[in-house]
Structure formats: C-alpha cells, structure tokens
Design a protein around this ligand. Sequence first.
Ligand SMILES: Cc1cc2nc3c(=O)[nH]c(=O)nc-3n(C[C@H](O)[C@H](O)[C@H](O)COP(=O)(O)OP(=O)(O)OC[C@H]3O[C@@H](n4cnc5c(N)ncnc54)[C@H](O)[C@@H]3O)c2cc1C
Length: 464
Amino acid sequence: MQSTKFDKKVLIVEASESNIGGTWISKGTVPSKALRAAAKLIQSFESQFGDEKGRKPYERFRMEDIMAYKKPILEGKNKKVKDDIIKNEVDTARGWGRLIDGHTVEVVDHLNEKKIYTASYILVSTGSSPTIPKNIDIDHTKILDYTSILDLTHIPRRLVIIGSGTIAIEFATVFAALGTRVAILNEEEDVVPFLDHEIKSALLKTFKKKNIQLENKISIEKVASNDLRNCDEVHYKIGESERLQVVETDHVLYIGGKAPNTKNLGLKEVGVELDEHGYVSVNNMYQSSIETVFAAGDVIGQPSLASASFLQGRLASVKMFGNPEEITNSDTDLPFGIYSIPEIAGIGLTEDQAIELGMDITVGRAYYENLTKADLNHETDGILKLIFKTDNLQLVGVQIYGEYAADLVHLGQSVMANNGSIKFFIQRVLNYPTYTEAYKIAAFNGLNRVSKSGVKYKKLLDRD
Ligand SMILES: Cc1cc2nc3c(=O)[nH]c(=O)nc-3n(C[C@H](O)[C@H](O)[C@H](O)COP(=O)(O)OP(=O)(O)OC[C@H]3O[C@@H](n4cnc5c(N)ncnc54)[C@H](O)[C@@H]3O)c2cc1C
C-alpha cells in the first residue's frame, strides 16, 4: 500500500487461496489475541462475581462460544485487509511465488498454471513456520503446535506446554484463566530472560497464584499416550538428574522455534544471501545482497513481530521509491509487548541493562494496587518502572507488568523519542482514573528517591 502512494503498480503474490494477511490474521497474532480477550473477559467476570457453585471456568464456559467470539473478528480483519488492498489498487495473484532473477517472479497457481511477472523491485515477505521437533510427533489432535491449539474444540483441564518464549507465556496464562491446569516444561535455564528482574518476579508470582507449574532445564524423554488412563504423558528429566519425571495431561502444546519460509523460493539461485539459519540477510534498509530484492517480516528473523513487520515493509518501500532519510528507526526504539494475562511490555533499557552500562540511573515505581482504575477493574497485579538518568531525569527505559502494558508503553516511547524526562509526567495533566496515572505515580516516586539522595527538590524540578 505504501508503494501505491508513490504511484507505483504493485502485485501481491499469496500462496493461500482464501486468506490474505498471513500468520498475523489467520494463524497467529489476531486469533491468539481473540482467544486471550475471551479468556480475560472470563477471568474478569470470575474475579468480580465469582461462582456460587465454585465451578471452574471450563465447567461454565464452552470453547465453542469462545471460538464463536473469535470467528467474526477474523472474518472482519480478513475483509478489511482485502478491502484496503482493493481500495489502494494493489493487484493480487494467488499461487506459489518463486524468484527467477532479481526482477522476475514465477507464480504457480492451484491448477498448476504458471505465470511470469516482472518488476523493478521484489519484496520477499514469506514469513516463518513452526519448527518440527525430532522426538515429538505433533498430531494436531492431542499434541499441538501454536497453530493447531487455536482450533481446539474444548477447554482442556490439563495442558503441558513445552517451550518458554513469549508465545508459551501467553498461552500458559490464557489457559490458566480458563481454569486449565498448566505446566510449562522449559528446556532453557530461564524463561523470557530479557525481562527486567522485577517484571520477571511479578510474572513468576502470577504463575504461583494461577497454579502454573514451571520446570526449567528439562530434557524431554518422550511424549506418549496412556490409553488406560485416557491421557497423554510427558516423560522428562530435570538438569543433570537421571530421575525420570512424568506429568499427565490432556494436551501437549509444543512451542519450539520458528524457521524462515525461504525454501523453494529460488533465493539462493538468484544470489540472495541467507544467514546460517536460512533467514534473508538484509541491510538497515531491508535490502538483500541483490539490489532489487528486499525482504521484511519473519523471513529476516528477529524480532519476528507483526508490529515490526509492518514498519519494515513500509520502510523497504520508502527506500525503493521514496526518501531514504525517512528511515530513522533504531533498536532502542523497539517496544515489545507480551499478551499474557496480565500483559508485559517494555521499551529502552531495563534497570539491569542501565547498571551494566555504568549509567547513573534512578528507578521510579508505581504499583497497580495504587491505581484507582486498576482497583475499579479488579486488576491490581502490576508494576510500572521508569528508569531515568539521575542527573537530568531523562527517561531511558519503561518496563511494565500489568493490564494494558502493551498500550501504556507507547507514552514512554513518545517521551523517549523526544529525549524527554520524567518531568513530563509530573507537569502534565493526565486523565484520571486511568492506567496512565501509573506514569505520574512512578515519576513522583523516582523524584523522591533522587531527593532522598541529597538533591534539593526545587533544584530537581529546575533541571533540564
Ligand atoms: C501464536 C502467535 C502469536 C503472535 N502474536 C503476536 C503479537 O501479539 N504481536 C505481534 O506483533 N506479533 C505476533 N506474532 C508474530 C506475527 O504473527 C508475525 O511476526 C507476522 O505475522 C509476520 O508477518 P510476515 O508478513 O513476515 O509473515 P506471515 O504473516 O507468516 O505471512 C507470510 C505470507 O506469505 C505467504 N507465502 C509464503 N510463502 C509463499 C510463496 N512462496 N508464495 C506466495 N506466498 C507465500 C504465506 O501464505 C503467508 O500468507 C504472533 C505469532 C504467533 C504464531
């Protein structure tokens, strides 16, 4: 769509016969968030009104209804994307695309008919697929991956998640909200290691509260079905121990890594460089080793987020046809959002990173239990941390654990993008009651800390 704004003719080649919008709409982002929204609604209802008979959510609510909640959202999104593409006069060719050279794409459609298209530029955005584990047979019935779990027809009573990344954390808390007993078996030493230490401990507290069992440093021996007990069993070992552990479950959700969809695309043949994992290597303009071939989204690797992919694709187009100076994004300006219940988000430095860099920083904290809005919504688990330079109060990081974290983080992002300080939150009127109030509370908390360390309060507010 960006390219049509530069008056260019654009063709999208899409392998799916029915959908457009990829993992974002059909298999990942939107469907998982729709499931989360339904689970969150159920959890909020439970926490506010309880159940007089003490039933678990899976005894009161049906997956069928939850899925019915999801369906119109996906249909609506799909239609919106199709309409936008038509409105922007972008053409679409359905079929499998393969590069012939730096200007030519061959498309084989579902009737095996071939067509050749040529263009000044080609943007590869074929996404990624879940990796297939060696010792686990994903049958998509009992043993699921992140795509097939979104087609479950019932709320499981027990779920074992093998994996520990952000998607695993999201599904763990979402199913726990539905009353499912969840165990996370993590092959790594730690879960989400990039989180700020206080945010991590808040997450681990939620795990405890929600009865989510977490085992780190495990190795899977086997996943087998136990017909007598009508369940699956996951056999594993922890760390160096030889003792075999067994956990019974209704379903296993395997969340391994992602692999780029770069096979059979003709990339290597036309000279597009791939890295050792098969991702397309690009420069900071998303241009590959071939000048006319660009790549964006999951196919270039981290951060593998819909949020980042939108911008990457747009920037590639700006580089092709617009003004390259517009490309100003940097790694420090990259927010993350984890849609667990509650949410986690951050931008800039964590407290630990700032200290490691030798910066003189102070931290201001706001706890959700002190927010009127959180009280009203029964969502008082949470913390917002502002990390700022002690000498001039410049904001260098925002780390949040709590509801609406993924939205809230963008206020910090705006202030940081303008090299602003925490005075912004103190000097401006912020709507009340809001979750945004956390910024004001954390800013005052941070200011008090600096003041306690000996700087006169008046001087603090004068500083620039
Ligand atoms: C469960 C889950 C939850 C997620 N949640 C979030 C979230 O909350 N926020 C977020 O920002 N991101 C999230 N993501 C990540 C996000 O979905 C991806 O980063 C994003 O979809 C990547 O976009 P893409 O265009 O690179 O690839 P995709 O969305 O995978 O699209 C690639 C498209 O290319 C097509 N294609 C592939 N090969 C060919 C070919 N040879 N010819 C023609 N067409 C082809 C495919 O059919 C597909 O439509 C989530 C992912 C998952 C799995």
